[in-house]
Design a protein around this ligand. Structure first.
Ligand SMILES: [Zn+2]
Length: 268
């Protein structure tokens, strides 16, 4: 068991190396060295997994575009599994989960799905898994509602309010053009979420795999991003909270000190 908490991020190593030091005044430029305690990594989408703590499995699902894969987690329960995060909607991700169900998960059923936040690489196949196993989706309220709201924009034109906002945030014409072209595509990257869900909130204690996990909510990367911390295992499933890459991807955050302070403050 690690002496200090082990942080499980969702992103590839080169992104995770940018982990921020929230208490530091010059955290944007400070290099931080991370320890990677595991010599082996799971292979992407072949049904394999690595046990990183008793009853906690690390798997990888295929993604596309800028990310080659995303880390997801399975926690062993009495008679099945809790899944944390799911991957982007695609035939490859479904194949990867089918292989994992019959592989590392030993054909035991999924008992619940917890999603850290609304981005498609995290919640993209949550709807498919909960429907397949007839189980409940666990998610924070703002993440669930925001996800359904954005999915409802599928096929709509980019709103003038949005264009105005991003221009004010410093986007140039080509960035605005990409925003227009891609607006409404969110819903194509996720299976529809179920019509109901189990709400999780900051400070909740979830009993997963026979241990207590505390919900730690942060803002900035997404509206109500939930991390899961297990004091007994000294393990933090951080989703995409501890990653500076989102500041590079979101100029509206990068150029707004208030949002940066909010993102940092909520990480403490
Ligand atoms: Zn994200």
């Amino acid at each position: 068991m690690p002496a200090s908490p082990l942080i499980l991020t969702s992103l590839p190593v080169n992104e995770s190396r940018d982990i921020m030091r929230p208490m530091s005044s010059n955290w944007l430029t400070m290099p931080v060295t991370l320890d990677y305690p595991f010599a082996a990594e799971p292979r992407t989408g072949d049904g394999s997994a690595i046990e990183i703590a008793p009853g906690v499995l690390w798997l990888r699902m295929p993604v596309f575009a800028s990310l080659p894969w995303i880390n997801v987690w399975a926690i062993k329960e009495e008679g099945g599994w809790t899944i944390v995060d799911t991957g982007l909607r695609s035939a490859q991700t479904i194949d990867a989960w089918q292989t994992a169900f019959g592989g590392a998960l030993g054909s035991a059923p999924v008992l619940r799905v917890v999603v850290t936040h609304m981005h498609p690489d995290h919640c993209g196949v949550a709807g498919w898994i909960v429907e397949r196993f007839k189980v409940r989706l666990w998610m924070s309220r703002l993440e669930y509602l925001s996800c359904r709201l954005m999915a409802a924009d599928t096929g709509r034109k980019a709103p003038e309010d949005g264009i105005e906002f991003y221009r004010a945030a410093g986007w140039d014409d080509s960035a605005i053009g990409r925003y227009r072209a891609r607006f409404g595509s969110f819903g194509e990257m996720i299976y529809p979420l179920p019509a109901s869900y189990r709400r999780i909130s900051d400070g909740d204690t979830l009993r997963l795999g026979g241990r207590d996990w505390t919900v730690v909510v942060g803002h900035g990367h997404s509206p109500e991003h939930a991390c899961l911390y297990c004091p007994e295992l000294k393990l933090l499933i951080s989703g995409t909270r501890f990653c500076r890459a989102y500041l590079r991807m979101c100029p509206c955050i990068r150029r707004n000190p208030r949002l940066i302070r909010s993102a940092i403050g909520s990480t403490r």
